[in-house]
Design a protein around this ligand. Structure first.
Ligand SMILES: [Fe+2]
Ligand SMILES: [Fe+2]
Length: 145
């Protein structure tokens, strides 16, 4: 089910980053489907753990480029990543305690955070990443002419 739709509004034109964001969207949609289909708490926890693990991989990728390219807004951006990781950990903890109203609140948070973070924060590093050769071939070519 498409709880978060992957479309042009989320694409940054940096292939490696777009592929990772798309995978995060897929994982959120997978979790949503599992919530809708009333899968067991264990099944939901497994997907949530996978989402959390992959988010960390993705954040590490961005942060590695921040260091490599000297991104001036790295510190505040990394703080946002950490806030997300701890918020997801909070959800996991509540989940383990058997809080039942959790899933929709969690889904709304995940969608809102990811969409807003990509559009308002990730979009800010795009020019720097492009300057350092990470743009898609099509986009790089377009900027030459
Ligand atoms: Fe980010
Ligand atoms: Fe990102």
């Amino acid at each position: 089910m498409q709880y978060v739709r992957w479309d042009g509004a989320l694409e940054l034109g940096i292939p490696e980053i777009d592929a990772q964001h798309k995978k995060l969207v897929d994982l959120i949609n997978e979790l949503y489907t599992a919530v809708q289909e009333k899968h067991t708490a264990e099944a939901l926890q497994r997907i949530l753990q996978g989402l959390s693990d992959y988010a960390k991989v993705h954040f590490a990728t961005e942060e590695r480029y921040f260091r490599e390219f000297g991104y001036p807004e790295a510190r505040i951006h990394e703080q946002q990543h950490q806030d997300f990781v701890s918020k997801v950990a909070d959800f996991q903890e509540k989940f383990e305690k058997g809080e039942t109203r959790l899933p929709m609140e969690m889904m709304a948070f995940l969608r809102q955070w990811l969409v807003k973070h990509i559009q308002r924060s990730d979009s800010r590093y795009v020019p720097l990443f492009e300057e350092n050769g990470l743009a898609s071939a099509k986009k790089a070519e377009a900027s030459v002419f």
